[in-house]
Design a protein around this ligand. Structure first.
Ligand SMILES: Nc1ncnc2c1ncn2[C@@H]1O[C@H](COP(=O)(O)OP(=O)(O)OP(=O)(O)O)[C@@H](O)[C@H]1O
Ligand SMILES: [Mg+2]
Length: 364
């Protein structure tokens, strides 16, 4: 919103820059050093209930009475020369209607202009809630990892004691002890998973042949959890290497293939591993770069599809539709894919579930 070339007022609203401003998807006004309106977006017209033409050249503070007063806020932002972000500001419109706003005031000292972004609290609260959910998830994972760590020692004690008991017990005792040991092993597996989830090391960034990864996963799947399903492939043999970490990518596809095998029907269960090249997927990276992810791998199964009640949350930790599931498989997969600057998505309907992982190429 800063660094515009030349001024354009609301009255000359036909210019390209003015049209660009008008269509910004937020309520925002551009004011001069005295707080008079130069330009505003359509969303701001809606929020303030006044057209750009009517307000142009007039003080924004006359239309929007805030506590603290807008003049004071603009002067402060101008003085300090940096952006001012305010939460939960009480505002009143000339109609008497009260509003609660978050405001972002961004001065552009070069142009002598100030951008004022107005976010009504109902919208702001939605953003806050999703932020809160993310930080809650993060701290839940931290707690879980700590707990996992602390559970290990007593568990080892229980398992050792049970093994000793097994030596002296009779038949019935032994079967009960076997049960204890089995359950202890289950908890140990769970603890391992949570631990792994908690401290994922940053991935290596080296060229990886994704078909080697898939073949590795397919080999182990066939002799264990996916012995009952047919695993076919449709590989693009000309695919260039991806940029990543072989071991971690094995973890990703192991989780996807394991889920697919668990979902596939006992009779005629089928999984298809598919790879292809397509430059279309461009996503924003964390640091403002645009990332091109041209290498795609799909894990497709013919199971009943993901339960619609959880389909929007399957990548969140501890979301599971299975009785014995920990709900960490997909969360771990998506965490690893994100650390690779990649993307993971899912499309699911009865009879066909597709998990697609998109990755950068090594020489991209
Ligand atoms: N291919 C699939 N078809 C149908 N449902 C699926 C599929 N993949 C995942 N799901 C659903 O998503 C849930 C979450 O999967 P996720 O792998 O994260 O956890 P989980 O398999 O329950 O436990 P675990 O931590 O042992 O992997 C599953 O419980 C299942 O309900
Ligand atoms: Mg799983």
């Amino acid at each position: 919103m800063t660094g515009r070339n030349g001024r354009c007022t609301a009255a000359d609203g036909g210019s390209a820059a003015a049209r660009g401003w008008a269509s910004l998807p937020v309520a925002a006004c551009l004011v001069d050093g005295e707080g008079r309106v130069i330009e505003m977006t359509s969303k701001a017209e809606e929020l303030l209930g006044v057209s750009r033409r009517r307000l142009a050249g007039r003080p924004l503070g006359a239309r929007l009475v805030t506590d603290p007063p807008l003049g004071e806020l603009l002067a402060r932002a101008g003085r300090e020369g940096g952006d001012l972000v305010l939460h939960d500001v009480d505002a009143t419109l000339p109609t008497g209607q009260g509003l609660s706003l978050d405001m972002h005031i961004a001065p552009d000292p070069e142009q002598g202009e100030i951008a004022v972004v107005l976010i009504p609290r109902d919208v702001a609260e939605r953003i806050d809630r999703s932020r809160a959910a993310r930080s809650l998830a993060r701290s839940a994972i931290g707690m879980a990892a700590m707990l996992a760590h602390e559970i290990r020692n007593p568990l080892a004690g229980i398992s050792g004691a049970a093994q000793l008991l097994a030596m002296g017990g009779d038949g019935e005792d032994r079967s009960l002890i076997r049960l204890i040991l089995d359950e202890v092993r289950r908890i140990q597996d769970l603890v391992d998973q949570v631990d792994e989830f908690g401290d994922l090391r940053p991935p290596k960034r080296e060229p990886v042949n994704i078909h080697d990864v898939l073949e590795h996963v397919r080999r182990s799947a066939r002799i264990s959890y996916a012995a009952h399903v047919e695993i076919g492939d449709e590989y693009d043999p000309s695919l260039p290497p991806v940029l990543g970490d072989h071991e971690q990518l094995v973890q990703v596809f192991t989780n996807l293939v394991r889920n697919a095998a668990e979902a596939a029907p006992a009779r005629d269960g089928r999984i298809l591993l598919r790879s292809y090249y397509e430059r279309q997927l461009i996503v924003p990276g964390g640091d403002g770069r645009r990332l091109v992810l041209p290498i795609h791998v799909e894990v497709i199964d013919n199971g009943p599809g993901i339960n619609p009640e959880i389909v929007d949350r399957v990548f969140e930790p501890f979301v599971s539709g299975r009785e014995a599931g920990s709900g960490l498989g997909l969360a771990l997969a998506s965490k690893i894919v994100a650390a690779h600057d990649g993307a993971i998505e899912v499309e699911s309907r009865p009879g066909r579930t597709v998990f697609r992982v998109s990755l950068p190429r090594a020489d991209g």
